[in-house]
Design a protein around this ligand. Sequence first.
Ligand code: LIP
Length: 278
Amino acid sequence: MNLPDPLDRHALAELARDVAEQAGRLIVQGRPDRLEVSSKSSRRDIVTEMDQRAQDALCEALAAARPDDAILGEEQGGRPGTSGLTWVLDPIDGTVNYLYGLSPFSVSVAVVEGDPTTWGRWSPLAGAVVIPPVGLTYLATLGGGAMVQDAHGAREVRASSATELSMALVATGFAYGAELRCVQTRAFVEIIPKVRDIRRTGSAAADLCWVADGRLDGYFEAGLHAWDVAAGQLIATEAGAVLHGLGDEVPNGELYAMSAPGISADFAALLRSAHRSS
Ligand code: LIP
């Protein structure tokens, strides 16, 4: 497989941005007065008609532009490919926020090499996250840095210069399933006294972009999938943030974390301790 060169990766990031912004407009402007909702793994794990409509629009646009690439989305409608590249989509990350009219919710689009269905066997090459409620679009290419675009223009983003864990503002999230949520709560109790404060925004993609932008010093969560993080992961690591899992393990569904470089060693040690004892 011939991987896209830096110039192509830049074109892939622009394609990710363009289709994500198109889907962002659709979920805001196309939202019906009466939003149809159905449940997936549990009554709390929902999908709205707009999740599916947005993913269908993303798939149609990407299939037209990159017909040989595979597509893996959170909702129904992925497709196999022959190029060795896969587009990994979360059409609405933060679906419950979207349902309740809360912020943030995001559209996350990344193109990865490898197998995005198995943690540790994929890596992102280009990606974009659009956060419609705040009018921000983040994008990055592997080796090409990360940036944010808004109504005022575009600027490079860099992770925060935090060095003291006790003064770090970190974000987390909770799984839909009650059993994993109990494990997360026990870990939360050990973590919260040892950081400045914790935020629970409801969108992993937004959390990762805000680590990239220095609006958060760290983020951790369990129970995630590649579609929640693939684009935000590239944006945050290209902004200088450090990706880590539990101990020496690769980030995965057991624990996924991202932090400013100055706190990453202490944050990783705290997460290891809190999750080992939880
Ligand atoms: C959401 C994640 C969030 C997590 C939520 C949910 P979804 O993704 O982005 O971090 O805490 O439970 O999984 O389901 O809205 O695409």
